[in-house]
Design a protein around this ligand. Structure first.
Ligand code: HEC
Length: 410
């Protein structure tokens, strides 16, 4: 019952999280498009009023005329539309999800018992939880310091972008060395998502509040506040595509269970940013196909890197593996079934015995031989990569992994 309620709560939180994220990212993409689509106003009166750009649009059966002021309008209306709750709700619901799933089950989801770094493989649940929180906090602190030190007056944008890109490679690398692959992808996405929300919370909104306050007092707002808000929101726009991909990566173990998962993750992050760049420029009226082409090239590179090295048969020349398998009675279906029964079925059954699950995880059940045969390709992949059994809870041996790898479905 408890696991069921936890599952239900998890589903509701995820629903909220996705809805809030769609609203936030949608608005953010809309405003980048709007900003880049502004053209000098045609009417002389608009120019006199200090309007810097305008955009005409038709949407939902009506015509819209957006105008942006170069500095501040003569008079601010009281019902100014602010955007921040979408960002905060996205972060808060995401963090709550992270707690109910990962921090509540660090042994399952955070710790990688086969991590290269022994201390990481041997973390206790609490240490892993603390490490995950430090990761999020550290990511924000370092990103924020980079912005403040490299670009105190919003100059050197190029160098700052480069520094943030290098930082993301380091985050991707460290996360995959310290945490289980699935958590590593999620945490790297969460580092970016935290920077995005914190940009809104600590810089963009306070800056806008200062601007409004100054205008209401009849003073000229500090132009740095506006420029900083713009800089941070431009960073946010390049984070959006990679973040969404990393959040979805959860469902694709080929991404995160690879031995070079950090490289796969890095290439995807850059691919997302490059594709975003195309749209940013497109809205400003410049079509530069080289950006999406480079993004697609990185994705294709990943298709090649992430291709399973252990497919339906052991790699050619892997005599020892074949020998081990045949010594073991030629790996009959019965033997494979026995192994799956011993190592997987606690969790992967219609009604799992494992107290942490109320239904087959990821919808994958091995109650019958037929189910095993039907899903053998997937079984081979997750067993060879070490992703399953989760956290090697059921202590599957290397020899058993070899039997699965060598077995040919009838
Ligand atoms: C301790 C519980 C547990 C054990 C034991 C376990 N799994 Fe899983 N398995 C899970 C969970 C939880 C998921 C869903 C994780 C996710 O969403 O990525 C999963 C997902 C999977 C998937 C789907 C992966 C994907 O890409 O969506 C496959 C296939 C799988 N397991 C196979 C196995 C095999 C084969 C074994 C035994 C060698 C095994 N599992 C043992 C908990 C377990």
């Amino acid at each position: 019952m408890e696991a069921y309620l936890q599952d239900f709560l998890n589903m509701l939180l995820r629903w909220l999280h996705v809805i809030a994220a769609i609203a936030w990212i949608g608005e953010s993409i809309y405003f980048v498009m709007l900003d880049n689509s502004l053209r000098p106003p045609k009417a002389a009166e608009d120019q006199r009023k200090g309007i810097f750009g305008e955009m005409w649009a038709v949407h939902g059966g009506g015509f819209y005329h957006n105008q942006k002021y170069a500095t501040s309008p003569d008079k601010l209306p009281n019902d100014l539309h602010w955007s921040f709750w979408k960002a905060y709700t996205t972060w808060l619901s995401g963090f709550a999800l992270f707690i109910t799933l990962y921090l509540a089950n660090p042994e399952f989801y955070l710790i990688d018992p086969s991590a290269n770094w022994a201390w990481a493989a041997n973390m206790t649940g609490w240490q892993a939880n603390l490490m995950a929180l430090l990761f999020l906090l550290g990511g924000w602190v370092i990103y924020n310091e980079l912005c403040k030190r490299l670009s105190p007056n919003m100059e050197r944008d190029g160098m700052l972008s480069l520094a943030v890109a290098v930082m993301m490679v380091v985050v991707a690398y460290l996360s995959t060395q310290i945490f289980a692959g699935r958590a590593a992808f999620l945490l790297t996405g969460a580092v970016m998502a935290t920077a995005m929300s914190a940009n809104v919370f600590f810089w963009i909104i306070p800056g806008q509040r200062r601007m409004v306050k100054a205008m209401k007092a009849g003073e000229t707002p500090d132009p740095l506040d506006g420029k900083r808000g713009k800089q941070r929101s431009v960073h946010n726009t390049y984070f959006t595509l990679p973040v969404v991909l990393l959040m979805l990566s959860n469902h694709y173990s080929f991404m995160y269970s690879h031995e070079h998962a950090w490289l796969i993750m890095t290439l995807f992050i850059f691919a997302g940013a490059l594709i975003r760049q195309f749209f940013v420029l497109m809205h400003a009226g410049s079509i530069k196909p080289a950006y999406p082409a480079a993004g697609v090239a990185l994705i294709l590179l990943n298709v090649w890197i992430a291709a399973p090295s252990v497919g339906n048969a052991p790699a050619a020349g892997d005599e020892a593996t074949l020998a081990a398998a045949s010594v073991d009675g030629g790996a009959s279906l019965e033997r494979v079934h026995e192994i799956i029964d011993a190592r997987c079925v606690q969790c992967h059954a219609q009604s799992p015995e494992h107290p942490g699950f109320t239904a087959a995880p990821a919808g994958v059940a091995f109650d019958s031989s037929e189910q095993i045969v039907n899903q053998i390709a997937q079984i081979k992949q997750v067993v060879a990569s070490g992703y399953m059994p989760l956290g090697n809870m059921t202590q599957m041996t290397d020899e058993e992994r070899e039997v699965i790898a060598a077995w040919q479905a009838p």
